[in-house]
Write a protein that binds this ligand. Structure first.
Ligand SMILES: [Zn+2]
Length: 298
């Protein structure tokens, strides 16, 4: 017998599952069960009204989430089809192109506009650093986290891909750059005799006079203002989908000769926002010897 949860409408598969019997079949979701729990404390008429309202709300919410999923799905499919056309156009003019020696990647775009660093941002950064440095200097037996700053030495391609993107993932760094007490402890392991004030200066001294609009406080036109050993674990470890695909491909045969890139306008975090134009802004090929913009770029 097919029963539906009275709140959310999910099919409750078996009449033997708890709560599935009686006048109010209910699924396993906690919010649905909480609605039913209120029956004990309400009159039957009040409970009926409450149930009706909650059921309507829950189902409307689910319908909105479903619509959003479908929109995203359609959007992704349309972008994929458009990417495929551009990749093919780039490959058509690549001398001696062999599809098994190149990987196709789509990249977002990092911010490009520099602006004088606002005092308010600097202050916010200073406050954050002061707090995490103080925390890092607290007595405790924490072992500094393992060093995670190793970079792939096999190929220049991952670094070049990041350079072409210009930090499309860095924009969430804000005024705190994901820096934490763990980052400070890791950095301190290399300078065991430093005092908190010296650590603070090391970070503040690296702030650039101009940072990129809408991005991390350490994001400059020349890349990250911090050397890898001073960056957060988040920054050192993060890989976007395209980087992951590239690193996986580098492990496989035949050897990779290069990357065919289609680049889109928005950064990594804004690329699915329906109100923003995420059109293609350029295409390029990247090999170990460098980046060549596709001549068809407008
Ligand atoms: Zn339910």
């Amino acid at each position: 017998m097919r029963l539906e949860c009275v709140v959310c409408g999910t099919v409750v598969l078996t009449t033997r599952s708890p709560g599935a019997t009686g006048p109010y079949p209910i699924c396993h979701a906690v919010p649905c069960r909480m609605v039913l729990d209120q029956r004990a404390t309400m009159g039957e008429a009040a409970f009926q009204r409450h149930l009706h309202w909650r059921a309507k709300n829950t189902r409307e919410q689910r319908a909105r989430a479903r619509a959003e999923d479908e929109r995203l799905q359609a959007w992704t499919e349309a972008e994929s089809a458009e990417n495929a056309g551009h990749w093919a156009a780039v490959e058509a003019v690549l001398p001696g192109h062999r599809p098994d020696q190149f990987i196709r990647l789509a990249l977002p775009s990092g911010p490009a506009r520099p602006r004088k660093l606002a005092q308010r941002r600097r202050q916010h950064y200073l406050d954050h650093l002061t707090a995490v440095i103080a925390q890092a200097f607290l007595p405790g037996d924490e072992v500094p986290p393992a060093d995670t700053v190793a970079v792939d030495a096999r190929s220049t391609l991952p670094g070049q891909v990041c350079a072409l993107c210009r930090g499309g993932c860095c924009t969430r760094g804000g005024d705190t750059a994901y820096l934490s007490a763990d980052t400070v402890r890791r950095f301190m392991a290399q300078q065991p005799h430093w005092q908190p004030a010296q650590v603070l200066s090391a970070y503040l001294d690296r702030l650039a006079p101009k940072t990129l609009v809408g991005s991390c406080i350490n994001h400059t036109a020349g890349g990250c203002a911090l050397p890898r050993e001073m960056r957060s674990d988040v920054c050192n470890r993060y890989l976007c989908e395209s980087q992951k695909a590239l690193l996986e491909r580098l492990d496989e045969a035949p050897a990779l000769r290069g990357v065919v890139v289609v680049q889109r306008r928005q950064d990594h975090w804004s690329r699915h926002r329906p109100e923003l134009d995420n059109g293609i802004v350029g295409s390029a090929t990247i090999t170990e010897s460098g980046i060549s913009p596709w001549p068809g770029n407008s």
